[in-house]
Design a binder for this molecule. Structure first.
Ligand SMILES: *Cc1c(COP(=O)(O)O)cnc(C)c1O
Length: 494
C-alpha cells in the first residue's frame, strides 16, 4: 500500500486521506513515501487512450482506491468537457513539440487535474466515512480558481471558496470567476497579490481553534491548490501521455530521453514531471521557466531561495508568484527525505524570507535547468512563433518557449523537447494581440475577435459564454479579513 507522509514530520496517511486533508496538520505537504515505478511498457501505453493511461498511472499512486472507483473518476473527468478526444494534443511547431493542456472547460492546464479532483475527493470522503461537509478553500493566481469552481460547483456536500488578487489576474480570468453561478460557491477579490492570498489561506488552514469551530458546525477544510496530492498525481499522466505519443508516432524510440520545458509558478506542474521521471519516464532535463518574478531561476543558479524582492505584475499573471509552495516537496527529496531539515528550511523561509541549500543538495538538482524570460522576450516569442509557423501561443507558454531558446543558446542538446502549453491564447488575448499586431484598439472582446480573425482558431465556449453573463460575486476584502469572509459564508456566527 502507498503511504504519503508530511515533508515536516513523521505524519503518515493513505492516498485518499492525503487528498481529503490537502495539507498535513503540521503545515507540511504530503509526499509519496516511495515513488512507484510505471509497470506497463511504453510501447503498450502508446496504444492506449488518455483515460486508459490515466488509469495505469493513478492506480500506482492512489492504490487505496478500488479500480472501479478510479475508472469512475477518470471517465467522468476526461469526457466531452474537453473539446478534443485526444484530451492533450501534442503538436510540432518549429523545433519543439507543444503539449496543449488547455482543451478543458476553463481553457488552462489546471483543468487537467481539477476535472478529476472533485471525483477523487468525494470518493475519498465516502471511503473514509467522512461525516463533515467539505469546504474547499482556494487561493488562485487566476486559473486554479475557475477550474476549481467549475469542478466543485453544484457538487453535493461540498462548498468552495476562492480568493484571488483583485488586480493580479487577467480580465477574462476575473470574469470567469465572478460569473460563477451555483450557491455552494463564493469568490472574493483580495487587496493584495497571490502570495498574500496563499499565505492567508494557509494560515486559516492552520488555525487549530478555527478548525475546531468549523468541525462543530459540521465542516472540514480541504484544498484544491496544487499542494493537494489529488492535483499532483493527475498531472503526472500527461507527461507520460506526451512521451508515449512520441513513441507511437515513431518520433522517438521507447526508452530514448526527451526534455520538457514547464512554465512555472507554484512549482506544481513541473514537480509532477519530476515524479514522472522518478517513476521511470526517460526525461533528460526539466527546464523550469520563470517570468520576471524569477525567484526559481535564482534558486537554481545560486542555491539560495529568497523571496525578499520586488514583485512584478506581468503578462503571465498565473506565474506571478514569489513563494512556490510545491518546491517544499523537492526540497524534502533532495535532503534525502529529511523532515527535520525541511521543516528548518521552511521555518527560515517563514521568518527570514529566505533559505540556502547545501552543495550536496544542489548536486541532486541536476535534472532541473532554470531559465527566465522578461516581458519583451515573452512578447517576442509569441510574435516570432506566429510569424514562423502561424501558431499562436499564450503568454505563459511563451515564457517557456523563450526559456527554451535561451537553453539552446547555452547547451548543445538535440533531444526532442516538449514545451508544456498551459493556457489558451484567448485567455490572454490583449497581451497576445499586442505581441502580434502591436497596440490595437478596442476592449478585450474586440481583441478576442481580432485574434480569431488572425489565427483561424475557433473562440472557445469558455470565452463566449461569459461575455454577457451576470456578475454574481462582487465582494472585495483585505487579506486580514479573509477568515471573516469564510465565517460569514458558512454562517458560523449563527
Ligand atoms: C498555474 C499556471 C502556471 C503555473 O503552474 P504551477 O503549477 O503553479 O507552476 C502556468 N501557466 C498557467 C496558464 C497557469 O494557469
Amino acid at each position: 500500500m502507498m503511504k504519503y507522509k508530511s515533508t515536516r514530520s513523521s505524519i503518515e496517511v493513505s492516498p485518499s486521506e492525503a487528498i481529503l486533508k490537502g495539507l498535513a496538520d503540521d503545515g507540511g505537504l504530503f509526499v509519496p513515501v516511495k515513488i512507484p515505478k510505471i509497470d506497463v511498457p511504453f510501447t503498450q501505453l502508446a496504444q492506449m487512450q488518455y483515460g486508459e493511461i490515466a488509469y495505469e498511472i493513478l492506480k500506482l499512486f492512489l492504490d487505496d482506491y478500488s479500480s472501479e472507483d478510479l475508472k469512475y473518476c477518470i471517465f467522468h473527468a476526461y469526457d466531452q468537457k474537453f473539446d478534443t478526444e485526444e484530451i492533450a494534443p501534442l503538436v510540432k511547431k518549429g523545433d519543439a513539440y507543444y503539449l496543449e493542456l488547455f482543451h478543458g472547460k476553463t481553457i488552462a492546464f489546471k483543468d487537467m487535474a481539477l476535472s478529476i479532483l472533485p471525483y477523487l475527493m468525494t470518493t475519498a470522503a465516502r471511503m473514509n466515512h467522512l461525516k463533515e461537509e467539505i469546504v474547499i478553500l482556494t487561493a488562485t493566481s487566476g486559473d486554479t480558481g475557475k477550474a476549481a469552481l467549475a469542478g466543485f460547483a453544484g457538487v453535493d456536500r461540498t462548498k468552495i471558496i476562492v480568493f484571488y488578487p483583485k488586480d493580479g489576474v487577467s480580465e477574462i480570468q476575473k470574469k470567469q470567476m465572478v460569473t460563477q453561478a451555483e450557491d455552494n460557491t463564493l469568490v472574493v477579490g483580495v487587496n493584495g497579490n497571490f502570495d498574500d492570498c496563499q499565505t492567508a489561506v494557509k494560515n486559516i488552514f492552520h488555525d487549530p481553534g478555527f478548525r475546531q469551530e468549523l468541525q462543530e458546525k459540521g465542516y472540514v477544510f480541504s484544498s484544491a491548490n496544487s499542494i493537494n496530492v489529488g492535483r499532483l498525481v493527475p498531472q503526472i499522466v500527461y507527461y507520460v501521455y506526451a512521451y508515449v505519443t512520441l513513441v507511437k508516432r515513431g518520433a522517438i524510440q521507447s526508452g530514448q530521453e526527451i526534455n520538457f520545458v514547464v512554465p512555472t509558478g507554484n512549482f506544481g506542474n513541473i514537480l509532477a514531471a519530476y515524479y514522472a521521471k522518478e517513476a521511470g519516464l526517460p526525461i533528460h532535463k526539466l527546464i523550469c521557466a520563470s517570468n520576471e518574478n524569477r525567484v526559481l531561476y535564482d534558486f537554481f543558479s545560486t542555491g539560495v531561495y529568497d523571496k525578499n524582492r520586488k514583485f512584478f505584475l506581468t503578462n503571465s499573471p498565473s506565474m506571478d508568484i514569489l513563494v512556490s509552495s510545491n518546491l517544499e516537496r523537492l526540497i524534502y527529496h533532495i535532503t534525502g527525505n529529511d523532515a527535520a531539515e525541511t521543516a528548518r528550511l521552511m521555518a527560515s523561509l517563514q521568518t527570514e524570507g529566505r533559505y540556502e541549500i547545501t552543495s550536496e543538495m544542489r548536486e541532486k538538482l541536476r535534472t532541473f535547468y532554470g531559465a527566465y524570460a522578461g516581458e519583451q522576450e515573452t512578447l517576442h516569442a509569441i510574435s516570432a512563433l506566429y510569424h514562423a509557423c502561424h501558431y499562436v501561443q499564450d503568454t505563459h507558454t511563451a515564457v517557456a518557449s523563450a526559456a527554451y531558446e535561451k537553453y539552446l543558446r547555452k547547451v548543445a542538446d538535440e533531444r526532442p523537447t516538449v514545451i508544456v502549453s498551459t493556457a489558451s491564447p484567448y485567455k490572454f488575448a490583449p497581451a497576445v494581440m499586442k505581441a502580434i499586431a502591436g497596440n490595437t484598439e478596442g476592449d478585450v472582446y474586440q481583441k478576442i475577435d481580432a485574434l480569431h480573425q488572425l489565427s483561424g482558431v475557433a473562440v472557445p465556449k469558455a470565452v463566449s459564454e461569459i461575455q454577457n453573463a451576470p456578475v454574481r460575486h462582487k465582494q472585495v476584502c483585505e487579506a486580514g479579513e479573509m477568515k471573516n469572509c469564510v465565517r460569514k459564508f458558512l454562517r458560523m456566527d449563527q
